[in-house]
Ligand binder design. Structure first.
Ligand SMILES: Nc1ncnc2c1ncn2[C@@H]1O[C@H](COP(=O)(O)OP(=O)(O)O)[C@@H](O)[C@H]1O
Ligand SMILES: [Mg+2]
Length: 307
């Protein structure tokens, strides 16, 4: 039984994506694979539930959830019954990362070739040393098909003495159903808020543009915002001046008003109700315009061609 833990102190680096990809590849190669999901968000478990709905016969890899304190007991229970185990962990949880690294034969640290991910690696390495310096590899994920950012990332990782997996994962827009993921997540959180006693009319949901999302994801979640409004919760959009607007138009932070207003208009058309804005007047006007096009608001003044 060989155990691989996927840890990274940063969220959205691809821990779950790589976990389910590797476990599925192991299953296809004839191994009995098990994923232990330590993340309370249960993304791997949800993936497995969806997979079973579409393909009821798909039992390998099996996915189970566990708490870090129960990990050892779970491993003892499955001893001898599976060939390979992948442990998926949440970001920003030293307890989970440490528990997973301690029992692993190999630790993989998914990391996108960008500064925000790379700068958290020393942090992750501290956890590795607490776990007894297990064999570990950084694995570069979501590598763009152009440019040499991954080469630069490899140089950075070599400099801080982290071995890098020779295989990298390319950026694949098809990897995630980002909107389904956002809907799952906000419904879970809204449910939790309700259960904790928050008044329903004080709850709004937000697809969280650019959080754990690259530009493709933020564009898609905007295009499919109707799936969020269809949940019935009021949708908040906070897309103003975001990096996906900047990357889409190739403009810096001071030149994102037109892009922001376009996104705002699409969001309003698809039913978003609350807009966080930097440019309040322009946003108000864009929203009034959309409301009038929709037929929800009369024009402020009409004097032409009414005869
Ligand atoms: N190689 C990739 N190409 C494109 N999108 C990716 C890639 N890896 C991950 N993603 C997407 O990025 C988001 C975060 O990935 P995820 O695996 O959930 O990260 P983590 O588990 O580390 O939080 C998901 O929407 C996922 O579909
Ligand atoms: Mg995850």
């Amino acid at each position: 039984m060989y155990t691989i833990a996927l840890i990274a102190q940063k969220g959205g680096t691809g821990k779950t994506t790589i976990t389910v990809s590797l476990a599925t590849a192991a299953a296809q190669a004839g191994l009995t694979a098990l994923i232990i999901d330590l993340d309370p968000q249960a993304t791997a478990c949800n993936w497995s539930d969806r997979r079973k709905k579409s393909y009821p016969e798909s039992e390998n890899p099996t996915v189970i959830d566990a708490q870090p304190a129960r990990l050892q007991a779970v491993l003892e229970k499955v001893e001898g019954k599976v060939d390979i185990i992948f442990i998926d962990t949440p970001a920003r949880s030293e307890q989970s990362s440490l528990a997973a690294a301690k029992v692993a034969d190999l630790v993989l640290i998914p990391c996108r070739p960008q500064a925000y991910d790379l700068e958290t690696i020393p942090n992750t390495r501290e956890i590795l040393s607490l776990a007894g310096d297990k064999p570990a590899l950084a694995i570069l994920n979501a590598v763009p098909s152009y440019g040499d950012r991954h080469e630069q990332a490899k140089i950075f990782l070599a400099r801080i003495n982290i071995p890098v997996c020779p295989i990298t994962f390319g950026h694949r827009a098809a990897f995630g159903d980002v909107t389904a993921d956002a809907v799952d997540r906000v419904l879970l959180l809204a449910g939790r808020a309700l259960a904790a006693g928050v008044e329903p009319d004080r709850i709004v949901i937000d697809p969280a543009h650019d959080f754990g999302k690259n530009t493709w994801h933020s564009l898609e979640v905007t295009r499919r915002l109707g799936e969020l409004t269809a949940t019935g919760w009021p949708v908040l959009m906070s897309a103003s001046r975001k990096d996906f607007v900047g990357e889409t138009l190739g403009v810096g932070v001071d030149d994102r008003l037109a892009g922001t207003l376009a996104v705002t208009a699409v969001g309003a058309w698809l039913g978003a109700r609350i807009f966080r804005a930097h440019d309040v007047l322009q946003t108000r006007q864009a929203l009034d315009m959309v409301a009038s096009v929709k037929g929800d608001r009369p024009p402020a003044r009409t004097v032409r061609g009414l005869a």
